[in-house]
Design a protein around this ligand. Structure first.
Ligand SMILES: [Mg+2]
Length: 315
């Protein structure tokens, strides 16, 4: 594997966790005024640098991917349930409904379908926030990447927009990982964006949101837990700002579902700018426990090692 490829794959894992931690204290808040943007890791309901459920669920997906190639959805469901039963402080509403049913013994497919049927318009960002490990494992296999991006979502989130969003983000990441290094960051981003539009099926309504996102004004962004809003903010930030640091600061300071949007943006920006582009003052305070209650604390070097192991499966 080329050095630049490895640096980008590591950037995906570390970038996602860094975004999650940067957005953590800003979650549920209003957008921060542009002249008062928060540029540092700060404490909130958790200590500064703590990652949240977004990264914990991604680590559960990674655990399952390392055990099964191709992805085994029943094993993944059990990884998610083990995390859920450890009592995480924050669980998405939709995710909690599905995992609660599986925890009571219902097969994952039935549980996922039942919750989707009860609320067919629910299209939250709970599966796109955790989908990046598939992009790392399947960095060299586009067909499997598309299939597994979708399947990992289906375990909890079956809405077509959720499936499209996971595929879109992971194709974007993969294209950026594989891009030549002779082009500028913005040229690589534009090519990857066009490729993702080309390769992923997206509903007409969602497609309009995705295509207009880069031209949105900051005050037009809703940044809620709806998956269309998450992709809109992510695309807006990636196209309108330079470098990993500014891109992440801009998206985390939108408030609302700040940690999830920053996690998704961090995964893509990590592929775009590489691990080397992520500020050291952020990575040196990054931490989080997984499995919950195990006492095992993940630091930046553990995320790097995970990215290397996942990527090694895909070669
Ligand atoms: Mg979270």
């Amino acid at each position: 594997m080329r050095q630049v490829t490895m640096d980008r794959l590591r950037g995906v894992a570390v970038g996602a966790a860094v975004g999650d931690a940067l957005g953590m204290p800003l979650e549920f808040g209003p957008a921060i005024p542009v002249d008062e943007l928060v540029w540092e890791m700060t404490g909130g309901r958790m200590a500064a640098g703590s990652f949240t459920d977004d990264t914990e669920m991604a680590l559960a997906l990674a655990e399952s991917l390392l055990r099964a190639n191709p992805l085994d959805p029943a094993d993944l469901a059990q990884c998610f349930v083990a995390w859920y039963q450890a009592g995480p402080p924050d669980v998405g509403i939709h995710t909690g409904h599905v995992l609660g049913l599986i925890a009571k013994g219902m097969p994952w497919l039935q549980a996922s379908r039942q919750v989707h049927t009860a609320q067919p318009s629910s299209a939250s960002n709970g599966s796109v926030m955790r989908c990046w490990p598939v992009a790392i494992r399947d960095w060299n296999n586009r067909e499997q990447l598309l299939q597994e991006s979708r399947l990992q979502s289906e375990v909890t989130h079956r809405h077509p927009d959720c499936l499209s969003a996971c595929q879109f983000i992971n194709v974007l990441i993969s294209e950026l990982v594989l891009a030549g290094d002779e082009k500028t960051a913005k040229e690589r981003l534009s090519s990857a964006f066009e490729a993702a539009l080309d390769q992923v099926n997206i509903s007409k309504e969602f497609l309009a949101v995705v295509k207009s996102a880069q031209r949105k004004q900051r005050d037009q962004l809703v940044n809620s837990g709806w998956v269309q809003h998450t992709l809109e903010s992510t695309i807006w930030a990636l196209f309108n700002f330079e470098g990993f640091e500014e891109t992440l600061v801009q998206v985390a300071n939108l408030g609302g579902d700040a940690d999830t949007t920053a996690a998704v943006t961090g995964a893509v920006a990590g592929a775009l700018y590489g691990f080397a582009g992520i500020p050291i003052r952020w990575t040196e305070v990054l931490h989080g426990e997984y499995p919950l209650g195990s006492g095992r604390i993940w630091l930046v070097e553990d995320l790097i090692e995970l990215a290397d192991r996942l990527a090694g499966q895909g070669t």
